[in-house]
Design a protein around this ligand. Structure first.
Ligand code: MSP
Length: 483
């Protein structure tokens, strides 16, 4: 059985999830559900990034211990993903013992490989992004990524010999043209690596809220080095060999590409592992023309939107709004429009109409598969296997529109006998196939269609039109319109 391992970034616990975080986790969920639909042995991991200066400061502001703070917030994140119908197989927290053990072992392997040495770091640090920033990259004296204030550091540290991996990485990129996806994202990284790599400061003497560095307990391990290891620690490593490694696809936002396509693969090679097969770089949702941020006050809360619309509506919107890798706007107006036009009208009405008509029909539902060729299953599968969920939805929607047009053109309400049976046969088989195809995106709507058809959930191989040996019930609305 083919294996499939998909991961999301693990999320910082300085605030509640917003729509951008929901986007990362939904794309991963859709891919995991797609691979289960194909019958693959699938593992889907998400979790929370709980150490570091940012969390330490946030807890101090709240007057509680860092542990209390992360316990509270990680529970909120778990709950939010449950509401969004996220089907992760595990949820890793970096404050768990299993993780701490894996990080220490990983660092030991890097050390045994001669890749860790003592030095001094003098330069800038952005606490918000937990990133060291070379002077030359500052933008007007601020963090080039998030625009926030940076702080000058001069501290003893241990370095990871990242510079040693320049050639390895360039070779890996060359041998694996699908490593950075979409491909247009690769050139920038490759150019930067070509320009040379600086060693990475990987311990912090001034941060207490972290995993102790075993070779000098006055230091804790830099939060990014700690966090990246989650992808292995959740597999029970080092107690057992990771069953799903290398990962098939690691989903990351555009702000954390360097960590996942340069630092992480170099760490992996240093510790004797293969890099992941692909890193999928997703774009950002912006809101009112600006980056979403709590301080600007333009963040949308996924749980509130799920309550008002539905998990399926929000999931659909997130997957439908941004072409793979691009940025785009979030606004509730756009969400409501898609909910009303594409879900309640195109899809919901199709199912309702077909089942209402068929419930009045008393003969045998049989005919010739005329509508089947309107669904390009090959193109759909190719898009999904390229992780292009946006494109895949477009292909499904072409089929939904074709099914609606078929009904409008054949006018079953004017037909009788075998002609009516044929029109209904095609319409019902179309919605059965649609339920299979939308199931990774909108699992509740798919379940509801199957229930109305009186069948169990299908697999991808069931997408061929076949004999109707089930008895459809009367239609029920799938989505509600929201004004
Ligand atoms: N903790 C690190 C990741 C460590 S992985 C070993 C981190 N966390 S984060 O919570 O700040 O971001 C998590 C993910 O959410 C990132 O991929 C980031 O790009 C993504 N997003 C944050 N804001 C976003 C939008 N507005 N839109 C889309 N994705 C967004 O980085």
């Amino acid at each position: 059985m083919p294996k499939f391992y998909v991961t999301t970034p693990i999320f910082y616990l300085n605030a509640k999830p917003h729509i951008g975080h929901a986007y990362s986790v939904t794309i991963a969920d859709v891919l995991a559900r797609w691979h289960r639909l194909k019958g693959d042995d699938t593992f889907f991991l998400t979790g929370t990034d709980e150490h570091g200066e940012k969390v330490e400061k946030k807890a101090a502001e709240l007057g509680i211990s860092p542990q209390e703070h992360v316990d509270r917030l990680s529970a909120e994140w778990k709950e939010a993903w449950k509401k969004l119908n996220i089907s992760n197989d595990d949820f890793i927290r970096t404050t768990e013992l299993r993780h701490e053990k894996a990080v220490k072992h990983f660092v030991k392997l890097m050390h045994d490989n001669g890749d860790i040495y003592e030095g001094v770091y003098e330069g800038w640090y952005c606490t918000s992004d937990e990133t060291f920033i070379p002077e030359s990259q500052l933008a007007d004296g601020k963090c080039p990524e998030c625009g926030k204030e940076v702080r000058k550091l001069k501290e003893e540290t241990y370095y990871f010999r990242l510079s040693r991996y320049q050639e390895h990485l360039l070779e890996y990129y060359k041998q694996n043209p699908n490593f950075i996806l979409p491909k247009k994202r690769a050139a920038e990284i490759i150019n930067r690596v070509n320009d040379g790599l600086k060693d990475l400061s990987m311990t912090r003497p001034s941060v207490r809220w972290g995993i102790p560095f075993q070779f000098n307990d006055k230091h804790t391990i830099y939060v990014w080095v700690d966090a990246l290891v989650n992808y292995l620690s959740a597999q029970g490593w080092p107690d057992k060999e990771p069953k799903y490694w290398p990962a098939d696809v690691q989903i990351v936002g555009k702000d954390i590409v360097w960590f996942h396509t340069v630092i992480w693969p170099a760490m992996l090679i240093s510790a004797g592992f293969k890099p992941p097969k692909s890193v999928l770089v997703t774009g950002h949702f912006i809101s009112e023309g600006k980056k979403m941020s709590k301080s600007i006050g333009n963040v949308a809360d996924p749980t509130e939107l799920v309550n008002k619309y539905s998990a399926d509506s929000l999931r659909y919107f997130l997957m439908r709004e941004l072409p793979l890798g691009d940025d785009g706007d979030f606004s509730e107006k756009l969400l409501a429009e898609r909910n009303n036009n594409e879900l309640a009208a195109d899809l919901g009405n199709l199912v309702f109409r077909v089942l209402t008509l068929s419930s009045k029909f008393e003969g045998k539902l049989e005919g010739k598969p005329a509508l089947e060729s309107s669904m390009d299953l090959k193109a759909f599968q190719e898009a999904m296997d390229r992780y292009d969920t946006y494109k895949a939805l477009e292909i499904i929607w072409r089929f939904i529109k074709a099914a609606n047009k078929y009904i409008n053109d054949t006018k079953p309400w004017e037909l009788q006998g075998s002609e009516l049976a044929n029109a209904l046969y095609n319409s019902i088989e179309a919605i059965r196939v649609i339920a299979i195809l939308i199931s990774p995106f909108m699992p509740a709507a798919a379940d509801s269609i199957n229930k109305q058809l009186g069948i169990p959930s299908g697999r991808f191989e069931d997408c061929k039109f076949s004999r109707i040996d089930y008895i459809p019930k009367k239609g029920a609305p799938l989505f509600k319109k929201i004004e």
